[in-house]
Structure formats: C-alpha cells, structure tokens
Design a protein around this ligand. Sequence first.
Ligand SMILES: C=C(O[C@H]1C=CC=C(C(=O)O)[C@@H]1O)C(=O)O
Length: 371
Amino acid sequence: MAAARRGAAPAVPELFGRGGPDRPTPSLDARRPGRLRLFPFRDSDHNPALFLPADVFWDAEHPDQLHCSDAAQVAPLLAFLAQAPTPTDTPLPWHLSPQPLPHTATQPEYAALVETGVEAIRQGQVLKVVSSRAARRPLPAGFDALRAFESLCQRYPQAFVSLVSAPGAGTWLGASPEVLVTIDADGIFRTMALAGTQPLAPGMLPQQAIWRQKEIEEQALVSRYIVSCFKQLRLREYEETGPRTAVAGQLLHLRTDFAVNLRAVPFPTLGTDMLRLLHPTSAVGGMPRQAALNFLHQHEGYDRAYYSGFLGPVNLPQPGVARLFVNLRCLQLRSTEAVLYAGTGLTIDSDPEREWSETEMKLSTIGAILR
Ligand SMILES: C=C(O[C@H]1C=CC=C(C(=O)O)[C@@H]1O)C(=O)O
C-alpha cells in the first residue's frame, strides 16, 4: 500500500477536534474532504499535526483513474503524464525539517536508558515502556526519494509504504507493519496489537518461530490495552484473532487482530474514539500510557517528531474509509543524510545489549534502501 504526497502544496491545518485551547486531537469524520493525515508522536509547535489535501489522488487498484479536487485539471494532467519524459537521473528536491537534528544515542547511552526503564518497571512506575533512539546515516550519491519509495514498495509488499514531504514537517519515508486504525468500504473497523521481535532467520518459516516469555508478555500487554479500550467504550462485539507470528521484512512480530463490523453496532464514532484512546499505543509508548509517556519525556533525550506518530489517508478513496498506520521503520530525509528511528518494548526482563541489537535490526528495515 502506498501513501505518497510530494510537491509544494501547503499543509492546511484543519482542526477537527481540540485537545486543548489550540491543539488538535485525532479524529475521523466522514463528512470532511479526503486528506493524508500525518500526526506526530506528541503534538507540538515543532511537530504539528498535518492534514494534507488530496488535490491529486491516484489509486493503484484503479490505475486508469485519476481524481483531482479541481475536476477541470484531470484532462490536462493526464495529457501531461502521457507526455512526461521517463525519469531522469536528476534527484527530486524534498522539504527539509526546520528542526535541529535529534540527538543520536550511543550504545552506552541507550543501555543506560534501557536500565533506567527496567528500574522504573521494577519500582512499579510503569508496566512496560518502549524506549527508542535515532541514528544518522549518509545518503548515497544521487539518492532520489521517489525511487527509494518505489524500491520500498517492491521490497516490502505487505507494509504500508509512505513518502510524505511537507513544509514544516520535512520529508518522511517509511514501511510500517502496524495498523493503528483502518475502516474499509464495508464498514469494518480494524486495529492490531503488534509487539515482540525476532529476526526471520534464512530458511526459517514464520510458523516455526518460538517466542520467549518476555515477548509473549510484551505483546499481551498491548492486546490487553486494546481490549480495555473497547471495554471503556462498552463495546463487546469485537472479533479477536491471534496472537500469531507476522512477518515484517526480515523481522517477525507477534500480532493479534481486532475487527468490529460498524454496520452491526451502535457506535458511529468508534473510529475516532478508538484513535484517541489508542494513540500513542502501548506498542510505541508503554503502559500505563501516561506514566510511560512521562518516563519517555524525562529520559529518552530526543524529539521523536513524526516517528511513532501515525499517518495515512482518511476519506480516500471515499468518505468513511480510513487507513492509518503507526509511523514505524521510518526515516527523515535531510540534505545529505537520513535520520532513522527505532524503538524496543522494555519489560522487567530486558537486557540492554539485546535491546540495542533489536534497534539495529529495526533500523536495517528502512536502512536497506540507503545501501
Ligand atoms: C517501536 C517499534 O516497534 C514496535 C512494534 C513492533 C514490535 C515492537 C517491539 O518488539 O518492541 C515495538 O513495540 C519500532 O519499530 O520502532
């Protein structure tokens, strides 16, 4: 799946709901025009929530159709595309974030963060916390964001591959394995509990994976949080499938899927309600949610920006349809380098060296396109 938006069109902040005097809260509203949503881990002046108008929309499932917010533009655009020269070797320009580069933790610094997290769990401040770090990598000569996007689509056909470039936010490229909230054209709401990681060894079948108690517990906490959200909304009619092993590039995760038929339950705003309860999920923040977020704010030592936020199209290709994914396995493009992001769920049994290796494995999912 792909959500790509490039070019100079300005980002239009559209405040559907408000989290404070001036802060938007995430919301799905079928009456609004089609948008690509880019929501940060923490909404702030540095990393505002963006709603990018879908002024040109193309769906790979209907390759012969092109939608334009201005219908008069469809014919000239199709004519332009028909005559457009084949791609040249000139790299395409992209928007750069005005924010300073984030601090990139060394292995000893990350080990110290993991140890602090484990101690917080031991002391009962949190049950689980997801620590993360950023890493800088040089861009190869002639790097082209659009070609990298295409290469990610081929490499990770199961992932939600995205390329978003917008003034203020910069340019983000990713291949996420994690659904936050989707609602399809048949009114089926879905979300998932994704956690626990191990490498997919050569020749190994995913169904042969054996999971340690640590990963089973880590993922069960995420599942339990989702069930608690349904309970909070007093919704009982959900289907739960799993946990089972899921493949994400060269990695395996444990995944439980949840589905609700919105046409069979009296919960017209379930998508928005769940979005607000879920983000940031316990797969990227921790549990209890607020205590884990406070821990990260105090100890993580860098600004996650749009990493572990969420993104995807809303009300596209039709009103009421939404596909929002957690922004994982992603990088931010700068002029000559990329900033890559990865995190690991900590439990009381976490080992700093293992958690560092896990972030290295996760960084190589997106890092593969820089080689
Ligand atoms: C936080 C990330 O992954 C989450 C999703 C799946 C597995 C995870 C884990 O095993 O820790 C994380 O919770 C990341 O990729 O940066």
